[in-house]
Design a protein around this ligand. Structure first.
Ligand SMILES: [Zn+2]
Length: 337
């Protein structure tokens, strides 16, 4: 059993994107009315959108189950307000629920939160509860920077976020710390903003006692933990200088990295420096990088291939990262029928 903890519905039928385009075209103009409206997508359109992409790749690459969430770059929390983003999140999450209902063996849902810059995260609690309790979702994606590259909200360790963390702990769901698009021209979304945010989130957590307040809170930092594994010595040294616990202790039951690193040397480094209990298998397919690596002849995001090829990785560690760690973090997986 191989579980990919990080997949997005990047191939959703066009009607979803068109809804958001219409909504944002009206937003801020006299035409804007805060109404949810409808998105017309048939089950057949959903099947078609998955058969040619995610489902085929699952089969070809040998993964069984994908923890599936709305397209992250399209969350666009910086583009609307609390109302517009709530309607948008509801539509995106409802579509993920339909995917998971049509293919319960292949997909399990993680929700998008209706965040907006400067709006308290308490505003996301109702949608999180709905997605977990009514739709059977097992986690959420939490945007640490709803401003889209300007970081205008408090750090993840600030009490600003605490009501949402309290609800996550109560519901027993983790969050993947995942930014969306960038409106800051300095930061390319997937090439800079994503990796910056992963690194930034780790450093915020390193310097705080968040997990003393929330000992069971679980946060997944995607894209291999950003720059952290490569600079592991720097972060170990910073933690030491700041009188913080060693990194392995700091991460132990609370912070996890995924394997969305698109070359074998990067994956090997990740597996060598980060504790095996804190790494979750993921590919982010079909996502940030879609091409084929001319050096290997395979897709960059076929991350299972890199791991399968590492001969020094033992069977118990493989079992942990392909399955056990994911089940530990997304503990509601076990409650599925
Ligand atoms: Zn992602």
């Amino acid at each position: 059993m191989t579980i990919d903890c990080h997949g997005h519905y990047t191939t959703a039928p066009k009607a979803l994107e068109e809804y958001r385009k219409r909504q944002l075209a009206d937003f801020g103009t006299p035409r804007w009315a805060p109404l949810k409206g409808a998105v017309a997508i048939s089950d057949d359109q959903i099947r078609d959108s998955l058969e040619s992409a995610q489902l085929r790749m699952q089969r070809e690459r040998g993964t069984d189950l994908t923890i599936f969430s709305p397209r992250a770059s399209a969350m666009g929390h910086h583009l609307g307000d609390a109302n517009a983003n709530r309607f948008w999140s509801e539509h995106c999450n409802e579509l993920i629920h339909r995917v998971c209902s049509l293919y319960p063996r292949n997909f399990v849902g993680v929700c998008q939160l209706p965040q907006a810059p400067g709006v308290r995260p308490d505003n996301c609690i109702a949608e999180l509860e709905h997605c977990v309790n009514e739709l059977g979702f097992i986690g959420c994606n939490l945007n640490p920077d709803p401003s889209g590259g300007y970081w205008t909200d408090p750090p993840l360790t600030d009490r600003w976020w605490y009501p949402l963390y309290e609800k996550m702990v109560e519901l027993d769901v983790p969050a993947m710390i995942h930014v969306s698009g960038s409106c800051n021209p300095n930061f390319h979304a997937t090439g800079a903003h994503y990796i910056n945010a992963d690194t930034t989130a780790f450093m915020q957590l390193l310097g705080s006692d968040l997990f003393r307040d929330f000992p069971t809170l679980k946060l997944v930092i995607p894209h291999g933990g950003g720059a952290v594994p490569y600079h592991w010595g720097r972060y170990r040294g910073l933690a030491q200088d700041m009188g913080r616990p060693p990194l392995a202790e700091l991460m132990r039951d609370n912070v996890y990295f995924d394997t969305c690193v698109y070359h074998r040397p990067g994956i090997e480094l990740l597996l060598k420096v980060v504790p095996a209990d804190n790494i979750l298998f993921a590919s982010e397919m079909v996502g940030a990088v879609r091409g084929i690596d001319p050096e290997s002849g395979h897709h960059y995001d076929d991350t299972k291939r890199y791991i399968d090829a590492i001969d020094w990785l033992g069977a118990p560690e493989r079992e942990k990262l392909f399955r056990r760690n994911v089940e530990k973090v997304y503990s509601r997986l076990a409650r599925r029928g």
